[in-house]
Design a protein around this ligand. Structure first.
Ligand code: TNX
Length: 563
């Protein structure tokens, strides 16, 4: 296959070297306008703008003209590939004004030909554009889907946003595969609720960036948001709060409550719809039920599960609260097992997130049942009790064929051998997990908290929880920083977190996510190819993709160099 061949056909050690040569070769060709080539410089440049950056890009002679008569052909006619083709055809409409027809069967000219090639990695693809046809081969339908996402970025309306009667796509070959297997985005729909259609829009934004995991934060102090038939009060009581705190924007101070009832939850049917919408786009949904802290909504529904007799109220303000699930009461575990039994039917994911963060120990210190448990189990203290709590749930999950993820607090008081740690308080959680031989996912609040401001100048932004994480800061995340070479295999990937205390609409969600999501995706997908200057140049094209698809985004990086 020579130098234009697919990277996976080469030995792994050779692979990187050759890919880099290709990449730099292309850069030289493009920027120096290589005299041996008659290529217009713009051809290679356009392919170089794909975000996240592909592993290798090679420009070629000519262009493919996409027109309404162009067909999308799925070879082999598998249902999955046909569906993938149809999703692409529909996704292309808002940017092109064309709804291309999808056909099963053999490849042809004037076509985008899709096929699976078992010689490629599962998420790998090769996109080849020639004047006669476009071919996308993927290691699976997922790989094909990612190739289509790259192609999507090459088909855009003109400068004025007007649809064209035909689109010119520069010829060339893109060979590509992700750096990390886990490419996640967390979405908190507990503090503010988002309808299923809005969660689907969130997924649309993810797939454009080749992200593959939605971490769905389904419960917190301020609301329980998933229907559980065996425990109906969780939603009847726990999904509603009687008001929400009000912050005066000028002084940025808390001035009281609005007394406006606020609530919402998903029926099982709605959960299934979102999970299958995601699966069709190769996104796994990992549900989170956060325990033992952050549980006032569940306690309001079932006060007997707290250490005091309550009463408890679904929380109206944000923060960390002392009332948590009682760890000495077996009923707490029975309730969680009931919840998880129903949840596992809804979510086929290998992993289930059980929270474990921010659990104050004050109630447990004064609770006779918790103290009795510490004694019976020979635990050192309340941190040992938290570890007991999490490991007991993990054992249940393991017996039911699933694996547990927890926030990095699960390291305190003793970590099980199998749990995956989500490192949010910096990188230290990942380091400690790796040293213990546990997997981890990086989501440090220094780089990955998309609820923080995105410019140092807060006056230009909607009110937010605090902090400041610019696009460039997100871009700078190095998941391997401080991780010894031999432990790197434990880093499964990276994730952004979107906590929604101050985010109420999907437009605001998009504004907080974009363009920071693009910067995160360059670490998740293109770790070995990162170059901020090239990324910035590529974002000029990506912003047109956002515009064409109606996504709201923050403009700082386009207006102010260095942000
Ligand atoms: C910390 S990150 C939390 C959330 C808040 C968030 C606000 C984590 C595990 N817990 O409960 O919403 O900070 O940025």
């Amino acid at each position: 296959m020579g130098i234009r061949g697919c990277p996976n056909l080469m030995l792994p050690a050779m692979k990187k070297k050759i890919n880099m040569l290709l990449l730099y070769g292309t850069v030289l060709l493009v920027t120096a306008g290589c005299s041996t080539s008659s290529l217009p410089p713009a051809a290679g440049e356009k392919l170089m703008q794909i975000i996240p950056a592909p592993v290798s890009v090679q420009a070629a002679q000519g262009e493919f003209i996409l027109k309404p008569s162009t067909r999308i052909r799925a070879a082999g006619g598998s249902d999955e590939l046909l569906r993938t083709a149809q999703i692409f055809a529909e996704d292309l409409m808002p940017a092109s004004g064309m709804l291309l027809k999808v056909r099963a069967g053999a490849p042809g000219n004037n076509s985008i030909n899709l096929s699976e090639d078992p010689a490629l990695g599962i998420e790998e693809y090769v996109l080849e554009i020639t004047p006669r046809r476009i071919d996308i081969k993927g290691g699976s339908a997922a790989g094909v889907f990612y190739g289509l996402q790259s192609l999507r970025q090459l088909i855009l309306p003109d400068e004025a946003g007007t649809f064209q009667s035909a689109y010119s796509i520069p010829a060339g070959t893109v060979c590509d595969h992700p750096a990390f297997a886990y490419r996640g985005n967390h979405f908190d729909i507990a503090r503010h609720f988002f309808f299923p259609e809005e969660v689907m829009k969130f997924i649309d934004m993810m797939v454009l960036h080749k992200q593959n995991t939605l971490h769905w934060h389904l419960s917190d102090d301020q609301g329980w948001r998933v229907e559980i038939e065996s425990r109906p009060l969780l939603t009847e009581v726990g999904s509603q709060r009687s008001g929400t705190l009000v912050v005066e924007e000028d002084t940025r101070r808390w001035v009281g409550y609005d007394d406006v009832p606020y609530g919402g939850f998903y029926t099982k049917g709605q959960i299934r719809d979102v999970v299958s919408y995601a699966a069709e786009r190769f996104v796994t949904v990992i549900p989170e039920i956060d325990v033992p802290g952050h549980n006032l909504a569940a306690l309001a529904a079932y006060p007997e599960l707290g250490c005091t007799s309550g009463p408890y109220e679904v929380c109206k303000l944000w923060g960390v609260f002392e009332d948590v699930l009682c760890a000495g009461n077996d009923e707490s575990f029975r309730m969680l097992e009931d919840v998880l039994t129903e949840l596992l039917e809804l979510f086929p994911s290998e992993y289930i997130h059980m929270g474990g963060d921010e659990c104050p120990k004050t109630r447990w210190e004064a609770c006779p049942k918790c103290q009795a448990r510490i004694k019976e189990e020979g635990l050192a203290d309340e941190y040992g009790l938290q570890s007991y709590f999490m490991q007991r749930i993990e054992k249940w999950l393991t017996e039911h064929g699933r694996k547990m993820i927890g926030w990095d607090e699960i390291l305190e008081g003793g970590l099980s051998e199998t749990a995956t740690v989500m490192s949010w308080r910096g990188m230290s959680g990942a380091k400690a997990a790796a040293a213990a031989g546990n997997s981890s996912i990086l989501t440090p609040n220094s780089h990955c908290y998309f609820d923080y401001y995105q410019s140092p100048d807060r006056s230009t932004e909607p009110y937010s929880i605090g902090g400041n994480i610019t696009v460039e800061k997100v871009y700078g995340l190095d998941p391997y920083e401080g991780i010894p070479e031999e432990h790197r295999k434990y880093i499964r990937g990276v994730q952004s977190n979107l906590w929604t205390e101050y985010i109420k609409t999907i437009e605001h969600v998009q504004y907080m996510m974009l363009p920071r999501l693009a910067a995160l995706a360059e670490t998740a997908w293109s770790y070995g190819q990162k170059d901020y200057q090239r990324f910035r140049a590529g974002m000029e094209n990506m912003r047109k993709v956002y515009d064409a698809n109606g996504f709201v985004y923050a403009e700082h990086m386009f207006l102010e160099p260095g942000i």
